[in-house]
Design a protein around this ligand. Sequence first.
Ligand code: NAP
Length: 314
Amino acid sequence: MQKLQFTNKDQMPILGLGTWKSEPGEVGAAVREAIRIGYRHIDCAAIYGNEAEIGVVLEELIQSGEVRREELWITSKLWNNAHGKDQVPLALKKTLKDLRLDYLDLYLIHWPVATKTVFPSKGEDFLSHDKRPLSETWAGMEACVEKKLTRHIGVSNFNIANLETISRSATIKPEMNQIELQPLLAQKSLCEFCRQQNIHLTAYSPLGSPDRPEVMKNPDEPSLLANETVAAVAKAHNCSTAQVLIRWAIERGTAVIPKSVNPVRLAENLAVADMTLTSDDMAEMAKLDVGFRYVDGKFWTLEGSPYTLDGLWG
Ligand SMILES: NC(=O)c1ccc[n+]([C@@H]2O[C@H](COP(=O)([O-])OP(=O)(O)OC[C@H]3O[C@@H](n4cnc5c(N)ncnc54)[C@H](OP(=O)(O)O)[C@@H]3O)[C@@H](O)[C@H]2O)c1
């Protein structure tokens, strides 16, 4: 399996397992099966509400010797209601307790959005960047590295302006930006900027997140798994469209974290580590880039919110 190398020589397996929407009662079995067949990178988040179940499995597999902690790459994310500098290490400690770990490999600011409540329902539930500057949250993230609660820190859903904001006052530069990347949303300029700044990228929702809640879906949204261009590439390689989509991300040098709780699909997705796509395949798929987002962030732009889609995505 290919790896992304960090400046201190730590290596992150390029393909990981997503866990958003992996329900309690099924996420533990999915993580167990994933590790059994060779996944070594698990993407978690406090807000997914399933870290405690994942933790039970991680502890069991590590204690039984099935996997060593050092072989695993565990990422988690800080939720929006804990962006205060002193809140950040506390939120990470709760995640570590749930995951039954001493440290994370990577901790990310989940969104460049601060809230007073877990899920805001009105304008007053938000905290603007003036009231809760991203630089303050980043200082809390840096404190987590100093306290050895996490080996690396980064961000998610950050545009160039937000990355520049935290980099200006950062002692430790962000090492990862986890963003939606799939052929309909190739995000060329953001990817280029991150490469220049030595910020790795992780592609989320690589399959178009078909199982996300109905309220997050647009009525006429395209199906990525049924896309004709992707299907033609899949036919030529005698593989599935999901495999082409996952491999597309790896060919671009980004990490990728498809979610599955199904043992057959977990194996299917892992098998892309041994596949390749040709430059012609990549050129054909490059034509699909229309800037379409599945996770569009509209939920942060309720009436009265200081956040806008323009501000979020730039
Ligand atoms: N940082 C962020 O803001 C953010 C946002 C979104 C996602 N993420 C991360 O990225 C991960 C992946 O994104 P996602 O969960 O939105 O969606 P995704 O990985 O694009 O799609 C997951 C869906 O695809 C299905 N699937 C998986 N493998 C398949 C295959 N080989 N063939 C057909 N269907 C397949 C899954 O069903 P089964 O489970 O039944 O197989 C599930 O319905 C998340 O789980 C999360 O860890 C982060």
